[in-house]
Design a protein. Structure first.
Length: 293
């Protein structure tokens, strides 16, 4: 793989807040222990035993989730040492050592699967995002995610998208207005929906409108909006839509996006391409934790 996806890129690449990480890790560990404990480890490993282990990639990919993995071990023993050998957002070859963990053998064994689950899921998203970003290189298009995330893990998955060089769409229903087709039907039309949204949204809130046709786009552009979501349009339709918008608002293409189509979509001149697959269909990156002592 090429060098770090985020080199010279997003200065705001920060993991989820510490409290969010610790809460998610605690819930995952509690789920694994089931109120009983780690029967295998407690039966076979002396309480005083210590060990050193290495996180290694088994396939190439972009790493994400190191901070979360470290939190998993420290949740069981705050004295466990976690030494990252790479940074989130780094592209690694197969068999690369990404971190070393040292301390209580029981803590390492018990937290192993939780740490690997978070890192594998997040690294898989970062890796897939990187592939989409590379596919549109040289165009004006930015790859963005969606709200199609695993319940409870949105902060982690959207962070992983950033690690892969992508950008985040709205985080949830609370931070931007996106008028979609069902809103338009329920509100009584596109003009009514936009008027109501503008009347209720504060001056700091962005408004985006989903349109399926050029006629809908023309209607949307007659009102004060910030972006249009061009849903399931062909490349020819997207190109016509971009020409109609003429830079007045941001253009976002959505629907029918995959690694085989994304380049043609980007070449229509759209500003953004939203890809639900980044978070709902990314394969887990194969990582392993191997004891060395």
């Amino acid at each position: 793989m090429a060098a770090t996806p985020n080199a010279g890129g997003q200065a705001w690449l920060e993991p989820p807040p510490r409290g969010v990480i610790e809460r998610a890790v605690a819930e995952a560990i509690a789920e694994d222990l089931g109120g009983v404990g780690d029967l295998t480890t407690n039966a076979t490993i002396p309480a005083a035993a210590r060990a050193t282990a290495e996180f290694r990639t088994r396939t190439p990919g972009v790493v994400a989730g190191l901070t979360v993995a470290a939190a998993a071990f420290r949740a069981l023993d705050p004295d466990v040492r976690f030494e990252a050998r790479v940074a989130d957002g780094d592209a690694c070859a197969a068999a690369a050592t990404v971190a070393i963990v040292d301390g209580s053998a029981r803590a390492i064994l018990t937290a192993e699967r939780v740490a690997l689950n978070f890192m594998g899921r997040m690294s898989g998203i970062a890796t897939l995002t990187y592939a989409y970003v590379a596919a549109v290189a040289g165009t004006r298009a930015t790859i963005v995610d969606t709200r199609k995330t695993t319940p409870g893990l949105r902060a982690f998955e959207k962070y992983a998208v950033r690690c892969g060089g992508g950008h985040n769409h709205r985080f949830g229903l609370h931070d931007a207005v996106l008028i979609k087709d069902n809103h338009i039907v329920a509100a009584g039309g596109i003009e009514a929906a936009i008027r109501c949204a503008r009347a209720h949204a504060g001056h700091m809130v962005k408004i985006e409108v989903e349109v399926d046709t050029l006629a809908q786009l023309e209607a949307a552009l007659s009102h004060p909006i910030d972006a249009v979501l061009l849903d399931n349009m062909s490349p020819a339709e997207l190109q016509a839509a971009v020409a109609m918008v003429a830079g007045r608002v941001l253009t976002e293409a959505s629907g029918g996006v995959n690694l085989g189509t994304v380049r043609a979509i980007a070449e229509t001149g759209v500003d953004l391409i939203s890809v639900g697959a980044l978070t709902h269909s990314a394969p887990v990156l194969d990582l392993g934790l191997d004891f060395t002592t």
